[in-house]
Write a protein that binds this ligand. Structure first.
Ligand code: NAD
Ligand code: UDP
Length: 338
């Protein structure tokens, strides 16, 4: 069974391709390399022994997407990772974000319908919850208006899936709402490749420890949390990748309970920025040079997942201990500097 993985040379996509191939699936990746590079295919091949088929194309071009499906008539399911994902950039370039993220999904869905491909797993985000009134968040927690065009594309894409599922009864669409993916494959053959100065905590932290950045800024210590720093649910990228394999299996085995479903994919544990720094120091024996600065605009105070539904329905659970995740993130950073 062939799986089309859009955005498959990206951070989460590449880890998922590894897990898919190791579970016996054949993969074709479609990516325009706007935020990744083809060298990732070598990393995947080193881990799995199989180089996935690769199609370099821009998914916003409907005709190209149609041709892709025509070239691969045996595609049985799609995992749609491809998207632009920088929150700050999306505020500056809303049109680019709406165009890229919405058109890509719509083109993929249209080609799936044309070719009779039934199953799709979509990358959503806990950003759809905003600052929830009650924690942890369950799938029943109401979504809040998005804080950024990026966040809004996730909400809008979920709505597109819901509306399409209503009329395309033969299609099975499933959204995974990721919490904060971090870490790298334990082999250090693939990992996150941040472009320029990282926005996210872990790449900034590892680059600081590596001496590429001078000091990590901790954004805020005056939140209403036990140590004052913000709380997130950090999920190991390999655990997250495994969730896609079980989601695909659920759809292909017809075990889904509705033709549009969505699940929280996190650990169920909230960790503060300061706790994460301490866990990194414990895991690696390295010292993190940091200073406390003001809050970052647009940040929420705290969020973590209730993963009961994913645990029960997908039979999936986060397994990698946080120290191991952080040690792998550090191993990957060192590999990047070799
Ligand atoms: P990434 O940037 O590493 O991977 C995305 C890939 O999609 C890149 O390889 C990029 O080149 C490709 N792409 C983008 N637009 C494309 C287009 N029009 N045509 C073809 N390829 C295109 O990002 P990631 O962290 O692996 O994220 C994957 C998905 O998960 C995204 O949808 C993202 O919004 C979502 N997500 C990520 C996080 C996170 O913290 N990393 C959290 C929640 C949700
Ligand atoms: N953060 C920080 N310093 C940084 C980057 C992030 O203190 O250099 C904090 C940020 O304020 C948030 C947490 O780390 O509380 C996770 O941020 P990230 O950007 O990784 O993910 P987000 O939760 O914003 O999607």
């Amino acid at each position: 069974m062939k799986i089309l993985v859009t955005g498959g040379t990206g951070y989460i996509g590449s880890h998922t391709v590894v897990e898919l191939q190791q579970s016996g699936y054949e993969v074709v990746i479609a990516d325009n390399l706007c935020n990744s590079n083809a060298g990732v295919l070598d990393g995947i091949a080193r881990i799995t022994g199989v180089r996935p088929a690769f199609e370099e194309l821009d998914l916003t071009e409907g005709e190209k997407v149609r041709e892709l499906f025509a070239r691969h008539r045996d595609i049985g399911a799609v995992i749609h990772f491809a998207a632009l994902k920088a929150v700050g950039e999306s505020v500056q370039k809303p049109l680019e974000y709406y165009r890229n993220n919405l058109n890509s999904l719509m083109n993929v869905l249209a080609s799936m319908r044309e070719c009779g491909v039934k199953h799709l797993v979509f990358s959503s985000s806990c950003t759809v919850y905003g600052q929830a009134d009650v924690l942890p968040v369950t799938e029943q927690t109401p979504r809040k208006p998005a804080e950024s065009p990026y966040g809004n594309t996730k909400t809008m894409c979920e709505d597109i899936l819901r509306d399409v599922a209503k009329v395309e009864q033969g299609m099975n669409l499933l959204a995974l709402r990721y919490f904060n993916p971090i870490g790298a494959h334990p082999s250090a053959c693939i990992g996150e490749l941040p472009n320029g100065v990282p926005n996210n905590l872990i790449p900034y932290l590892t680059q600081t420890v590596a001496g590429i950045r001078e000091q990590l800024s901790v954004f805020g210590d005056d939140y209403h949390t036990p140590d004052g720093s913000a709380i997130r649910d950090y999920i190991d990228v390999v655990d997250l990748a495994r969730a896609h394999v079980v989601a695909i299996r659920r759809l292909m085995e017809g075990k889904n309970k509705a033709n549009y479903e969505y699940f929280n994919i996190g650990t169920g544990n909230g960790l503060s920025v300061l706790e994460l720094i301490r866990a990194f120091e414990r895991a690696t024996g390295e010292k993190v040079n940091y200073k406390i600065v003001g809050r970052r605009a647009g940040d929420i105070e705290q969020v973590w997942a209730d993963t009961t539904l994913a645990n029960r329905e997908l039979g999936w659970k986060a397994e990698v201990p946080i120290e191991e995740t952080l040690a792998n993130a550090w191993k990957w950073q060192k590999h990047l500097m070799e």
